[in-house]
Design a protein around this ligand. Structure first.
Ligand code: NDP
Ligand code: A1CAB
Length: 271
């Protein structure tokens, strides 16, 4: 990344921490990163963990003159936060990671004609394995989009969309998705314990299984469905387990859960 680029994070919580970690791991100059965070303890922890970055309680101070202003606060406080940045001069690209909040709403608060990228990362960003969906509004210039892409790319893969509505689906799939996978891992661990395994062994096997299956599917030319059939010996054990999942309507349940998440994403837009 060109060292002239400066990035300001408004909100120094979990996701901001992940993105900052990715940028630093990729060699980004820490002195080109500023973070505005209201909580003094969080500010101190950030400054300690990430020597060189500048922390402040003042959102405008952090955002002033930054090439990219990352809006990393909860959707519920976005209106107040964005309105507080309304007087900033043009020139920055605003990169929102908030669930649901549309570019149109952001422009209402930040000012019309603002260059805005709406994105949806996920928590595996913390270890560089993130999956992010992103949309750039028409005011975003190619160089600004490239800067947003480099920031998001620092923590994993990025998929760009021409239609902003796709972001609600992305939120329901990869944004919230790590929680679904963790739920399955928790259930596998509990099932293993019930079958007599020691808790630490059950957790380890559940984690390694999720990790191994995911890596295999990523590397393989076979679809997940084909890989599933390769585990499932006719008349064997997997067939019995999958029969229980299908009878219980697991696929329908997952689809319903994702519809609920996407609906909540649309609601959070406040439109
Ligand atoms: N967690 C996830 O898996 C994902 C979250 N997101 C989105 O990322 C955004 C941030 O989520 P996450 O990092 O989990 O949340 P966090 O609560 O960890 O981070 C939000 C941070 O914003 C700070 N904050 C609150 N009010 C203000 C303000 N007025 N000005 C500046 N900072 C403020 C909070 O401080 P304090 O704690 O003191 O209130 C907190 O440190 C959300 O919009 C969420 O939708 C996107 C993808 C995945
Ligand atoms: O639960 C949420 O609203 C956020 C957005 C996606 C993941 N966490």
């Amino acid at each position: 990344m060109a060292q002239a680029d400066t990035v300001a994070f408004i909100g120094g919580g979990n996701m901001a921490g992940s993105l900052i970690g990715g940028l630093l791991a990729g060699g980004f100059d820490p002195t080109a990163i500023r973070v505005a965070e209201p909580n003094a303890e969080h500010r101190a922890a950030l400054a300690n963990a990430r020597p060189g970055i500048r922390v402040t309680a003042d959102n405008v101070e952090a955002a002033s003159g930054a090439d990219c202003v990352v809006l990393a606060v909860k959707p519920q406080v976005m209106a107040e936060v964005a309105a507080g940045l309304n007087a900033l001069p043009d020139g920055s690209v605003f990169l929102s990671i908030a669930a649901g909040v549309t570019c149109t709403r952001l422009a209402t608060w930040l000012g019309t004609d603002r260059a805005i990228v709406r994105s949806m990362p996920n928590t595996p960003a913390l270890i560089g394995c993130g999956a992010t969906g992103a949309y750039a509004n028409p005011a975003v210039e190619p160089g600004q989009r490239a800067l947003a892409d480099r920031i998001l790319h620092a923590v994993g893969e990025v998929v760009w969309f021409d239609d902003e509505r796709a972001l609600d689906a992305v939120t329901a799939l990869s944004g919230s998705g790590p929680a679904y996978v963790f739920l399955l891992i928790e259930a596998l661990e509990a099932g293993g314990i019930e079958l007599g395994l020691e808790p630490d062994v059950a957790r380890r096997l559940a984690l390694l299984t999720a990790h191994g299956a995911s890596r295999l599917a990523l590397k393989s030319d076979d679809s997940p469905g084909v890989l599933r059939t390769k585990v499932t010996s006719p008349g064997g054990t997997t067939e019995q387990a999958l029969g229980v999942f299908e009878k219980g309507g697991l696929r329908e349940l997952v689809a319903q859960a994702m519809q609920a998440a996407a609906q909540r994403s649309r609601e959070l837009s406040g439109e």
